[in-house]
Design a protein around this ligand. Structure first.
Ligand code: ATP
Length: 204
């Protein structure tokens, strides 16, 4: 099974990485694909260009063989739809089970995504939750609490999974940098070094 974590990663931080590692370990995933979005359908454009966000991701995770950066959305023109991404992954690896990793907030908006039912034909969803948080409301018939169930069918289940809570956001990191403060300890040092060298996110 392969996990798929999409995001703007503007920049990548420990909120992304720790939760991805939690899910990788709890489900025994072979790999987590980190897929930066080029042109997010539901939010403002990222502050950094695709190549720069990709460079930060490489600096952050290249020492972890379980994490793989997948640039396919950056190479595609137009809006980044998760359905297109899953279709292309499935075409490459027809026998692999894919698990789309989503925060509880993102899952809340999932029914309004582009063709959510078709997404559920191609992947399971893993909804990363706060410990003790109630189950998500949508698709009650698809919810399971048994990680082993994800191995018995190739797609269509929704697994709520409690993960480490870190109050870190890329927005906050960009704000700190704009104010001339350090975001150290919120993201990997190697990514921060690159931000400083290249003067990313700085005022003016
Ligand atoms: P921004 O502050 O710019 O909106 P962000 O920090 O939320 O960015 P994204 O790249 O938009 O980061 O997030 C990608 C995915 O990672 C989303 O599914 C989001 O729910 C999840 N995520 C982001 N921050 C955290 C965090 N601190 N803990 C757990 N998951 C997170």
């Amino acid at each position: 099974m392969i996990g798929v974590l999409g995001g703007t990663f503007d920049p990548v931080h420990y909120g992304h990485l720790r939760t991805a590692l939690d899910v990788q370990q709890l489900l025994g995933l072979e790999q987590v694909r980190l897929i930066p979005l080029r042109d997010p359908p539901h939010r403002p454009q990222p502050a950094l260009a695709p190549a720069d966000r990709l460079a930060l991701l490489h600096a952050a995770v290249d020492d972890n063989p379980r994490f793989r950066i997948d640039p396919r959305e950056l190479e595609r023109s137009g809006k980044s739809y998760t359905l297109d991404t899953l279709q292309s992954l499935r075409a490459e690896q027809p026998h692999t089970t894919f698990c789309l990793l989503l925060g509880g907030d993102a899952f809340h908006g999932f029914p309004h995504w582009h063709r959510p039912d078709d997404i559920l034909e191609l992947a399971h969803l893993v909804v990363m939750q706060r410990p003790g948080e109630p189950d998500p409301q949508h698709y009650p018939d698809r919810i399971t609490h048994d990680p082993a169930a994800l191995k018995r069918q190739t797609a269509g289940l929704i697994l709520p999974l409690p993960v480490t809570q870190l109050e870190i956001s890329a927005t906050r990191i960009r704000e700190l940098l704009r104010q001339g403060h350090s975001p150290r300890y919120l993201l990997p040092d190697a990514a921060l070094e690159l931000i400083q060298q290249r003067r990313y996110y700085q005022a003016g």
